[in-house]
Design a protein around this ligand. Structure first.
Ligand code: DAH
Length: 339
């Protein structure tokens, strides 16, 4: 019996030695100290022993039992400590490491120029108006004195959604919407997207941006228009900017003009960018046609107004010396990072 206990002690020590998980150690505890465990088995056999042997074997059995339970506690303690240390090492955080840089985005160059333009006009007492991009034929053409079959419609390759609905080709539609919903005096600009079925090249895109301007009040004259646009261009491009007005025709203004600004590349001498003109056209404008005022129930005998429409991309291209409009839409970070 004593030898048996010694053997149990040895095999227990071996098993405990190789156990490294808490679960395995608990299994060992059950195997040796459990109700059907090895030590319990021995103790159960005590009854069959000679009475004088009992205390001796009992003492040894108790010693082995204490040995087993003490070593199990020690080993459990060690395994738990090891697991904790392992976790601490794995989860270690080096707070002295440099942080990961998060690249911040910034405004798109078109938004930067647009924001500047808005500020310039807000400074002159204008407010910002808005209109839908999916527009009726009436607001996009008809009410602007461009009835069906009017030749001026051909200059704008229109995306039709159905016979009466288009993707607006110009922000001029917002002029009508504004005059129908507000009484003069009116002083608004309306920036937004416009659409034309144009092939993409360095100066064309099926989607681009315009900024419409409209002023209606008593006694508004062409010199108000000239002065306003002169200030606008000087604020945007600098006091020494040179602009010129050229007579032109638009169905919704009379008289009408186009405005050119001196070429930023050759300063008026003539080069590839301005096609040897020395000037680049940047906007269309004129005095609001009496028919257009009437379409909006504004009496042309009492009120007059001026309007203008300008391409945002063109202004931004001149502003940043960009010679290809496609760069604005490709969103190549190497391009965008330069602004
Ligand atoms: N709508 C014209 C265009 O898309 C631009 C324009 C010209 C707007 C004259 C106006 C204007 O308000 O008076 O080319």
């Amino acid at each position: 019996m004593k030898e048996q206990l010694e053997k149990i002690k040895l095999s227990f020590s071996d098993e405990l030695e190789s156990a490294c998980l808490e679960k395995d150690i608990n299994d060992i505890r059950i195997k040796y100290l459990g109700k059907k465990g090895e030590i319990t088995n021995i103790l159960k056999q005590m009854g069959k022993m000679e009475p004088e042997e009992r205390p001796i074997i009992g003492k040894v059995a108790n010693e082995v039992r204490n040995f087993i339970s003490q070593n199990i506690e020690l080993k459990l303690h060690k395994v738990r400590e090891d697991a904790l240390n392992k976790r601490l090492i794995e989860e270690k955080l080096d707070v002295t490491l440099p942080g990961k840089r998060i690249n911040l985005g910034h405004k798109h160059p078109l938004s930067t120029v647009l924001d500047e333009i808005k500020q310039i006009f807000i400074g002159m007492g204008f407010s910002i108006a808005d209109g839908p991009e999916i527009e009726s034929d009436y607001y996009n053409f008809e009410s602007l004195n461009m009835p069906k079959n009017h030749p001026a419609r051909d200059t704008q390759d229109t995306f039709y959604i159905n016979d009466n609905t288009v993707l607006r080709t110009q922000t001029s539609s917002v002029q009508i919407r504004t005059m129908q919903s507000q009484k003069p005096p009116i002083r608004i600009i309306s920036p937004g997207r416009v659409y034309r079925s144009d092939a993409v090249d360095s100066t064309h895109s099926p989607l681009f941006h315009q900024i419409e301007g409209l002023v209606v009040d008593k006694g508004i004259t062409f010199s108000d228009l000239k002065g306003t646009l002169q200030i606008f261009i000087e604020e945007l491009y600098g006091k020494d900017s040179v602009i010129r007005f050229r007579p032109h025709h638009f169905p919704y203004t009379e008289p009408s003009a186009e405005v050119d600004v001196q070429c930023f590349s050759c300063n008026g001498k003539g080069c590839r960018i301005c096609k040897n003109e020395g000037f680049i056209e940047i906007l269309g404008c004129g005095m609001v046609h009496p028919k257009v005022l009437k379409n909006c129930n504004i009496d042309p005998e009492i009120y007059s107004g001026f309007a203008f429409g300008v391409g945002l991309e063109r202004l931004a291209m001149r502003r940043y010396n960009i010679d290809d409009m496609r760069l604005f839409y490709e969103n190549d970070v190497r391009f965008l990072n330069q602004f």
